[in-house]
Design a protein around this ligand. Structure first.
Ligand code: DGL
Length: 269
């Protein structure tokens, strides 16, 4: 069972930023990643639709005999985590919101904390609840930043377009008094825009990316359940619901390592 794969899914390529942190921390693990590229974005869809998509994506990963599921999509974690945990039990299911909230409180304990995410994640208030579950009086301000998803998926990671978008989205957050000390990148697509976001936010704002803390949470669960696998040599396979060639080509930027086009399979959910 420990040699079984860790399943990861996201609406597209963004979750590869989480897989990158997982591969660095757990190099002996085998991974199977599903990007629902045909139906991205999830962030503008209703919680019911996102939950339906998330259940279908996890069912496809279950067919690969996974030992743990990582919901590497903030929108799906916010909308569907309880449903997935219940549907897939006893399979362990790890989302990105709780680890992201814990990282935010650790990085900016005196607050305030700002969150940028998709419309769905912001509307559902999952980060506000998760942060205030740890620090009940923490002021949290939020801003939906849907254009960042398109810019990230298009490979437009620097230059005037992401800079303008960052100024537009961060402007109102940075004008909050007192000024936020932590900024949660509450969408798996945003870490590839970190340089631009950091430049606009300024040096006194700490950027928080949940990838590292999610990887730590996965390691803890695997250790507890005695499911850790080896020291190195872990494999990676990919499933995409559309355009596998594009996935392999652009996905490398998110994953930080080459993706063999032969390792990406087109699937229908
Ligand atoms: N991956 C999604 C998330 O982390 C964002 C992209 C989308 O809207 O589908 O929230």
């Amino acid at each position: 069972m420990s040699s079984a794969s860790i399943g990861i899914f996201d609406s597209g390529m963004g979750g590869l930023t989480v897989m990158r942190a997982l591969r660095a921390r757990l190099p002996g693990e085998n991974f199977v990643y599903l990007g629902d590229t045909a139906r991205l974005p999830y962030g503008t869809k209703s919680a019911d639709t996102v939950t339906r998509y998330a259940v279908q994506a996890s069912a496809a990963l279950m067919r690969h005999g996974i030992k743990l599921l990582v919901v590497a999509c903030n929108t799906a974690s916010a909308a569907a985590l309880p449903t997935l945990a219940e549907t897939l039990a006893p399979l362990p299911v790890v989302g990105v919101i709780a680890p992201g909230a814990a990282a935010a409180v650790a990085a900016a304990p005196d607050g305030p904390i700002a969150v940028i995410a998709t419309e769905g994640t912001v509307k559902g208030g999952a980060y506000v609840r998760a942060i205030q579950a740890i620090a009940p009086h923490m002021p949290v301000v939020q801003q939906a930043a849907p254009l960042f998803v398109a810019l990230a998926e298009e490979g437009l990671h620097d230059g005037p377009l992401p800079e303008l978008a960052a100024q537009r989205y961060l402007g109102p957050l940075l004008a909050t008094v007192p000024r936020p000390r932590g900024l949660v990148l509450g969408c798996t697509h945003f870490p590839v825009l970190k340089a631009v976001i950091g430049q606009v936010a300024g040096p006194e704002v700490t950027l928080i990316d949940s990838a590292e803390t999610t990887a730590a949470a996965v390691e803890n669960v695997l250790r507890e359940k005695n499911l850790l696998n080896g020291e190195g040599g872990g494999t990676a396979r990919f499933l995409a619901t559309d355009a596998p060639g594009r996935f392999a080509h652009l996905g490398q930027i998110f994953l930080g390592e080459p993706i063999d086009p032969g390792s990406v399979t087109l699937v229908d959910l």
